[in-house]
Ligand binder design. Structure first.
Ligand code: PMP
Length: 296
């Protein structure tokens, strides 16, 4: 898919314009210095999932990367819903991005303006297979003390993108990244969970993106009295798990079949229950994770 050729309209510079005219110059600050922040929002049956939750993360990411977000929640949500209508997005994805203009070619951003674009396209699930294979990445995931990891920023994806390429070159679907202390962190674009003796484990929010799907999984577990443990876990912990799954807006709940040579079972009543509940959530498309109480 060539994303520069998506049909329909994109919101850019305060207007809904034809997708093929939504362009930036090659001397753009964010292209050279990785200074953008963005979101990925799923659309199910013409409705965006967790729209307000994504807006809140976009606000936080912008603050951390010192970008100005010129839209308030109401305007942002109205534009996203308009784009779904205009572009007839039944099942797809919304990509808002805030980035710097071309008024500097150095780290000095005083003259740069913050720009916002919101695009949308028809899309399916990220992985098209039942179980994906992972290998450990060469590069660690950074932590809050050395990088604003809470921000969904383009800069935080540099090591993920290289690690994903390395994993693909070795014949794996994706990478599992460890943090600087060698505790399990996340994959290139998903949070990670594993199950051992009916308890679900997931890394704490030190070196990971605070995933909205992750929060949703933890809520479903709470409601269904499934034991969860959030913390620092070493590689041996996940290697001795029965089941492993990854979560994300585009990946949803994705089973993992292999981590290096270790194979995992793809059968789990707990994961079946999580998927069943996630399907209910997709059917309702609440705006926030706190709205989940009425659905699950
Ligand atoms: N970690 C990373 C690095 C990601 O790119 C994503 C996808 N946004 C996630 C985790 C999952 O986040 P969410 O569930 O909010 O999509």
């Amino acid at each position: 898919m060539n994303f520069s050729k998506i049909p329909g309209k994109i919101f850019f510079n305060g207007k809904f314009i034809k997708s093929d005219t939504a362009k930036i110059h090659v001397l753009n600050h964010s292209l050279h210095f990785s200074t953008s922040v963005f979101e990925g929002i799923a659309v199910y049956n013409f409705k965006p999932l967790f729209l307000t939750e994504h807006f809140k993360r976009l606000v936080r990411s912008s603050e951390l990367m010192k970008l100005k977000l010129s839209l308030n929640k109401e305007k942002f949500e109205k534009i996203c819903n308009n784009l779904i209508k205009i572009n007839n997005i039944d099942f797809g994805y919304i990509r808002p991005i805030i980035f710097r203009s071309s008024h500097s070619m150095s780290p000095d951003t005083k003259l740069c303006k913050s720009l916002i674009a919101i695009a949308t396209w028809k899309w399916g699930k990220l992985f098209k297979k039942n179980g994906i294979s992972l290998t450990i990445s060469k590069y660690p995931k950074l932590n809050k003390a050395i990088f604003p990891i809470e921000a969904k920023s383009s800069g935080s994806y540099q090591s993920s993108v290289i690690s994903k390429i390395d994993a693909n070159e070795k014949g794996f679907d994706d990478c599992l990244m460890l943090d600087t202390k060698k505790f399990v962190a996340e994959t290139s674009a998903c949070n990670i969970f594993w199950i051992k003796k009916n308890t679900i484990y997931t890394p704490k929010e030190n070196s990971i993106l605070s995933g909205i799907t992750r929060r949703c999984i933890l809520e479903i577990c709470k409601k269904n009295k499934i034991k969860t443990q959030i913390g620092d876990f070493n590689l041996n912990h996940i290697l001795s798990a029965n089941n492993v799954f990854a979560t994300g807006t585009a990946a949803e709940i994705q089973l993992v079949s292999k981590l290096n040579h270790k194979k995992y079972s793809l059968k789990s009543e707990i994961i079946d229950m999580l998927i069943k509940n996630y399907e209910k959530i997709k059917a309702e498309c609440p705006s926030t994770v706190s709205d989940l109480k009425k659905i699950i």
